[in-house]
Design a protein. Structure first.
Length: 258
């Protein structure tokens, strides 16, 4: 089981150009959980997925670098969600109408590997959250949210104080829960703004929602959530190239603008 929890906690990224296969895989006892997906082109072909057409032909057609398909996330959910692995050939026909004919496109997928068996606990603001595992087993944090989600929480109903229902989440909740609880038999933490900061407007009641699993893994590897890895075919994280780092920044800006 060496590295199992480290793999589960990481955010994975995979990509494929038109005409290539995209392949997603998760380790034993986990399944794919699609986080986000993009199909189209927002960077020039010399930076990502070079054009397969002869140069003389490519110059006749202006490359569209503001091209995206809105069905890519649903397609990835249909093909890969909750499976151990999935693979398919990337082409524009999979995603419906082609928004930019003549422009070579690519698919980028962000996903995590979700444990098949996991537990979920919720604590309302200022209450204490306690996690524990049986003897010889330790806590492995999968996700943590502190704030307010659109779906809300049945345990902590939204208090309408005349303000609109706006989603707001702490950016450091997962890192803090990993630091406090990861690899321990039991732990506790207050669901308070003192611990997590206040990501919401004043007066909005927040809650802490933690998903975790208990496992008898002998040791846990350090987790680096600051740099989601790019995967090779063996599912081992590899370094992020300068080109991919640039692409990630561009995609982040595009997503924010959208």
């Amino acid at each position: 089981f060496a590295g199992y929890i480290s793999q589960v906690l990481k955010n994975y990224t995979d990509h494929a150009c038109d005409g290539e296969y995209v392949s997603l895989r998760c380790p034993h006892r986990t399944t794919i959980s699609i986080q986000s997906s993009f199909y189209g082109r927002i960077v020039p072909s010399h930076q990502m997925c070079p054009s397969r057409y002869p140069h003389s032909y490519a110059t006749l057609i202006k490359e569209d670098v503001a091209c995206s398909v809105g069905t890519s996330l649903q397609k990835m959910l249909d093909e890969c969600q909750d499976r151990r692995s999935c693979q398919f050939l990337v082409n524009s026909r999979l995603f419906g109408a082609d928004p930019c004919p003549g422009t070579g496109k690519y698919l980028i997928v962000w996903y995590k590997c979700r444990p098949n068996e996991y537990k979920s606990k919720v604590a309302c603001e200022d209450d204490k959250l306690r996690l524990s595992c049986k003897k010889s087993m330790v806590i492995a944090i999968y996700s943590a949210i502190f704030g307010r989600t659109q779906g809300g929480s049945l345990e902590c109903p939204y208090q309408n104080l005349g303000m609109p229902m706006i989603e707001c989440q702490s950016a450091t909740a997962l890192q803090l829960m990993i630091k406090r609880c990861h690899g321990k038999r039991s732990c506790s933490i207050y669901a308070s703004t003192y611990e997590f900061g206040d990501p919401c407007y004043p007066g909005i009641r927040k809650h802490l929602n933690v998903i975790y699993t208990c496992d008898n893994i002998p040791f846990l590897l350090p987790v680096d959530e600051t740099q989601p890895p790019v995967l090779n075919s063996s599912m081992e994280p590899v370094g992020v190239s300068t080109g991919m780092a640039l692409l990630s920044n561009i995609l982040a800006a595009y997503a924010f603008i959208t």
